[in-house]
Write a protein that binds this ligand. Structure first.
Ligand SMILES: Nc1nc2c(ncn2[C@@H]2O[C@H](COP(=O)(O)OP(=O)(O)OP(=O)(O)O)[C@@H](O)[C@H]2O)c(=O)[nH]1
Length: 893
């Protein structure tokens, strides 16, 4: 561009001449008339002045400083000759790198890479006092600017006021779209947050979204429309967030409610099984809330305003913990209540039905008594078919008893050998605890457990299987103590007796003597006017054995033994064992119905499907009818001999019943222990429960047995009968305990003690055992028990037991027993008894108690000591010294 006059310049830049002259003057230029020539340099001088002045005035200073604050902005001056031959022009250029525009505090400038959009003035609002500056700067537009941008402030207002260029319009749309997208993203983020049930995150998303939206929208424009958009988006975002937050809250509430219910269930609020209120069905996700606030469903369980009266079913015995559970209270509460009733019980202790009932009523609930039998009957009724099947005659079940060596085993062997093995040629005879023999008149089943001990042990477990007892007496030996025991045990069980006088082949056999001796104990032969069949046999030669079997058949006819053949089987477990290869093997005796292979059976507290059945010859069989012993495989475990077995319809019932029995076994132990206590005779008598007091009596000598038996039986009144179910001489053994258990009897030891095995059983089963050393004490106690006048009891407690291992003679003390204390402790000043074979042979005091050379007061279990017994010098090795203590116990009825 060549030099111009002021007039020309004014025309070019389109400002009044006067104004230009004035500006020239202000700039200190010499040109002051319209015709003065202005050089290029002067033009630049004028531009610089104007710029300077604008900077001072503010004009665009509001925007400039914001921009110049950008550190990366670089202003350079480019010298360029716009027209060849003319002087080069200096163009100030501001270089801004896009990235460096980021200004965190002012987002408007961060987003923009172009000059900020200002409110567009209407064309007439053009500045009334234009300056030369824009015109000069406008020239820069022509220059190439790929990497540089024109300085924003050099753009004339007209340029700024023009509508957005076509290039800017899509950019604007894009930004709007971006903003919407941000909103959508935020929404999506919020939805994502909702699904994770994280309210906090939702909040964050909310804030994040807002910021983004603001950024985006502000970056675009700040006019009213934009604000409206922002507020509209804000509202939408807000709504979306609120919606998601609401969802989150509802889900949290649902979760809370579920937990609340679970806790209530755990606390036992709904612990009443079937009676418990049903849980409301879980709402499906799509099901809308019924109405109102989402908190509506939170408290479906409301604190009751009045105490809840529960109907508490109480079985015969119940564990403290179970009782607490049934009343939905803590165990500690029940224990406390029991203490108030004077009962100290622990959580695992079982209490009887009456106590439980009192406690339940005390706690404001209703007690419903339930007998275990009822419960089991109910379950059994469900398990078994109700149908009554016709009964047909069945084989008798026979047990052989007798004294040692009188020929029980020989008799059984002979019968089995001749009858079973012969009949089942090739079969491998095996011991399965019972077997059946076929005769011309019918079959007979023998229990292969000879002896009254096994018989009574079985009875003690509640299994009265035997129909007939054969008492074997050796003709050359006569009636012996165990012969009498056998008779008494058979009588206690109310089982008819057949006497087999064995060894008749022997030259010194004297059957008459046997008959005579038996008549003394009231076993009278038919030919002597009695009702007992006597057979003379020889287990060795087989003489008379056919007659014996025939007699058995006759007895069966008299007894009219019958059982149904049809229907589900039931019976008794004879014995069981665990076989390495076959698992649990049980011999069962079918009493009713027919047992078939493949059926589900319940045996005591074991159950299982019968995988296979074998008879006594090891032959697999498919079914077994009444009185048939059979070995079965497939049970879950080994049941006890004497357990009942029965066929049930399905496994579920079998499992439930087995579990119930197991539980009952656990809880009824305590109850069983109280079954036959002398203390309770009167109360049970008055309650109409007992009409007889059964006693098992063991004494030191025959004389005291007879005296005691007679005196005790004489105590019988019109209301109660005192029965000595068994009386014998000698220490109390396992058989005696089993007999007492089987016949609900009280055990009495007169100057005798129970042996170790018997003591263990007594403790385990809780049999009531009383020791006496004076006859009238025993008589008085039974008398008082049945008359309800129980005097304070002088209770003897055995505190220790020492075994004599050696005996020394001392000139000073006489016989000194070198002992080992095997139970409890030995105390010097306590009374003692000397026992020989569990029979009391001396009662007195200790003279000396020593450990090594020292006199001591007490010696504990596991220690050795020297004992001198006062006034007794006959202590022998193997004797026992029992130390006891007498305490007075007040009786409570
Ligand atoms: N002469 C003869 N001897 C017999 C007879 N019965 C058994 N014996 C013998 O008597 C002895 C004892 O017989 P067992 O059958 O073992 O007697 P048990 O009663 O079973 O004996 P325990 O099992 O110890 O109680 C054996 O030596 C038999 O051989 C018989 O009828 N005549």
């Amino acid at each position: 561009m060549s030099d111009q006059t002021v007039q020309q310049l004014a025309e070019v830049v389109k400002i009044p001449l006067e104004r230009l002259l004035e500006q020239l003057k202000e700039a200190g230029l010499s040109a002051n008339t319209p015709d003065d020539v202005i050089s290029e340099d002067e033009k630049m001088q004028l531009l610089a002045h104007l710029r300077k002045r604008h900077g001072k005035d503010g004009g665009e200073s509001k925007t400039v400083p914001r921009r110049v604050t950008l550190e990366r902005r670089k202003v350079i001056e480019i010298k360029q000759a716009s027209v060849p031959g003319t002087a080069t022009k200096t163009i100030p250029v501001e270089v801004r790198k896009k990235k460096t525009y980021v200004n965190k505090r002012d987002l408007v400038e961060t987003v923009e890479t172009k000059p900020p959009v200002r409110p567009q003035p209407a064309p007439e609002e053009k500045p009334s006092v234009p300056t030369a500056e824009p015109a000069i700067a406008a020239e820069q537009k022509a220059k190439p600017a790929e990497v540089v941008e024109p300085v924003a402030e050099t753009a004339p207002p007209a340029v700024e006021a023009r509508p957005a260029s076509p290039a800017e319009a899509p950019q604007e749309e894009f930004e709007e779209e971006a903003a919407v997208q941000v909103v959508e993203e935020a929404d999506a983020a919020a939805r994502g947050a909702v699904t994770r049930l994280e309210t906090v995150k939702v909040k964050e998303a909310k804030e994040g979204k807002k910021a983004k939206v603001e950024k985006a929208v502000k970056g675009k424009e700040t006019d009213e429309a934009a604000k409206k958009k922002i507020s509209e988006r804000d509202r939408r975002v807000e709504e979306s967030i609120n919606r998601t937050a609401e969802k989150v809250r509802q889900q949290a509430l649902q979760k809370q409610e579920t937990l609340h219910r679970k806790k209530q269930r755990d606390d036992g609020v709904f612990s009443e099984g079937r009676d418990a209120p049903r849980r409301p069905k879980k709402k499906s996700k799509t099901t809308p809330q019924r109405s109102g606030s989402p908190f509506e469903s939170k408290h479906q369980f409301e604190m009751p305003a009045a105490p809840i009266v529960k109907e508490v079913t109480i079985p015969e015995t119940i564990l403290v913990s179970d009782l607490a559970n049934k009343m939905s209270v803590k165990v500690a509460v029940v224990i406390k209540q029991l203490m108030k009733l004077g009962i100290m019980a622990t959580i695992n202790q079982s209490i009887d039905q009456d106590t439980a009932a009192i406690l339940v009523e005390d706690m404001g609930h209703k007690a419903i008594m339930q007998s275990d039998d009822d419960l089991e009957k109910e379950m059994l009724a469900e398990a078994q078919s109700e149908e009554n099947y016709p009964e047909v005659p069945r084989a008798p079940i026979v047990t052989i008893m007798g004294h040692v060596d009188h020929g029980k085993t020989s008799l059984l062997d002979y019968i089995r050998k001749t009858r079973v093995a012969a009949g089942e040629a090739g079969g491998i005879t095996q011991h399965i605890g019972a077997y059946q023999v076929k005769t011309d008149h019918g079959a007979v089943t023998f229990l292969d457990t000879p002896g009254h001990a096994a018989f009574t042990a079985m009875r003690a477990r509640g299994a009265d299987v035997t129909d007939v007892v054969i008492v074997v007496v050796a003709a050359d030996d006569g009636v012996m103590p165990q012969t009498k025991e056998a008779v008494e045990h058979a009588r206690a069980a109310n089982v008819p007796i057949i006497v087999a006088i064995n060894k008749i082949d022997k030259p010194d056999a004297n059957p008459d003597k046997v008959m005579q001796e038996l008549s003394v104990i009231n076993v009278l032969a038919e030919e002597w006017g009695g009702d007992t069949q006597f057979l003379k046999i020889s287990a060795k030669t087989g003489q008379g054995i056919d007659d014996l079997i025939e007699a058995l058949i006759v007895q069966t006819e008299i007894l009219e033994l019958k059982a149904p053949v049809q229907g589900p089987a039931s019976g008794i477990v004879i014995e069981s064992r665990l076989d390495k290869g076959r698992g649990a093997v049980a011999t069962v005796l079918v009493q009713k119905g027919t047992l078939e292979s493949g059926q589900m059976v319940l045996c005591g507290h074991e159950y299982g499907r019968v995988r296979a059945m074998f008879n006594e010859n090891g032959k697999a069989i498919k079914e077994a009818g009444p009185s048939v012993p059979v070995e079965i495989l497939g049970l879950s475990g080994t049941p006890n001999a004497g357990d009942e077995f029965l066929v049930v319809q399905n496994e579920r019932i079998a499992r439930e019943l087995a579990k119930h029995r197991e539980e009952r076994k656990r809880t009824t132990r305590h109850a069983a222990q109280q079954a036959s206590k002398l203390d309770e005779v009167f109360s049970r008598m008055t309650a109409g429960e007992v009409a007889s007091v059964n006693l098992v009596l063991k004494t030191d000598v025959q004389g005291s047995l007879e005296a005691l038996r007679g005196a005790l039986v004489d105590l019988s009144t019109s209301e109660v009968e005192v029965k000595v179910v068994y009386g014998g001489v000698g220490g109390i053994n396992e058989g005696d305990v089993n007999l007492a258990l089987a016949s609900g009897a009280i055990l009495m030891g007169f100057n005798v003690r129970a042996d170790a095995t018997a003591r263990k059983l007594i403790e385990e089963k809780g049999v009531d055992l009383h020791y006496y050393s004076v006859i009238y004490e025993a008589i008085d106690e039974v008398k008082n028990a049945i008359s309800g006048m129980l005097a304070p009891e002088i209770k003897e407690q055995i505190v220790g037991l020492a075994e004599v291992r050696d005996v020394f003679r001392s000139p000073k003390f006489g016989a000194i027993a070198g002992c080992m204390v095997v139970e409890g402790y030995v105390k010097r000043n306590l009374p003692i008894r000397v026992l020989r074979d569990n029979v009391v042979i001396f009662e007195g005091q200790l003279e000396s108690l020593r450990r090594f050379k020292d006199d001591v007061n007490e010696v504990k279990m596991g220690m050795e000591c020297g004992i001198g017994v006062k006034n007794y010098n006959d202590v022998k090795v193997g004797d026992q010294i029992e130390v006891f203590e007498r305490t007075e116990v007040k009786r409570v009825l």
